[in-house]
Design a protein around this ligand. Structure first.
Ligand code: FE2
Length: 185
């Protein structure tokens, strides 16, 4: 069993999505705010609760064939340590890459998604690939390290869940690996 600090597959002992038919409603645009209580089963939310966690934000990304996402971190605050749980449908052979920034003095550019979630884009040619893998679904992903998604010949739907502690504190990836250890594959 190998663990890394970027991405690790999970297996929850319950159904996650209340009704898979709902997923087609997320394919009308690139990003959607997703109401957790409608899309996620009570059983899954109870697992998070039992681990002292909750959903702070749930959003979907629907990317096209051959999409190459800009290299970014998901958070507003630079170097904030946070963890997401990603669920993926489609996107055959798509990969997620993580990068080390070569020159730290070059600041990322703050952007907002159409639904108002902040992210920071890193300029091209100032990064080195440190990890790459095809994402198992679901997976515990470290979105504090600069990363991007690369699609190949299939569109990809991703439901991305920002998991935090019940007191609203963000969860560093190392801590999330411990909290969710019994569900790591
Ligand atoms: Fe991201």
């Amino acid at each position: 069993m190998s663990r890394n600090l970027y991405c690790n597959p999970l297996n929850f002992p319950c159904k996650i999505i209340t009704n898979e038919m709902l997923l087609s409603s997320l394919k009308t645009r690139y990003i959607n705010y997703v109401p957790a209580k409608i899309f996620l089963t009570t059983e899954f939310l109870q697992i998070l609760d039992s681990k002292g966690c909750k959903v702070l934000h749930l959003e979907s990304f629907y990317s096209q064939e051959h999409y190459v996402q800009p290299i970014h971190i998901d958070s507003l605050v630079n170097k904030r340590q946070e963890t997401k749980i990603n669920f993926v449908w489609g996107g055959e052979n798509s990969i997620m890459n993580w990068y080390e920034i070569i020159d730290d003095s070059i600041e990322p550019v703050l952007e907002l998604t159409p639904i108002g979630t902040p992210y920071q884009i890193y300029p091209a040619s100032n990064h080195k690939l440190v990890h790459s893998e095809a994402i198992h679904s679901p997976s515990l992903v470290n979105t504090s390290v600069p990363h991007n998604i690369v699609n190949f010949s299939e569109k990809r739907l991703c439901l991305s869940l920002l998991v935090v502690k019940k007191d609203n504190n963000y969860m560093p990836y190392k801590e999330a690996l411990e909290v969710f250890s019994e569900y790591l594959i």
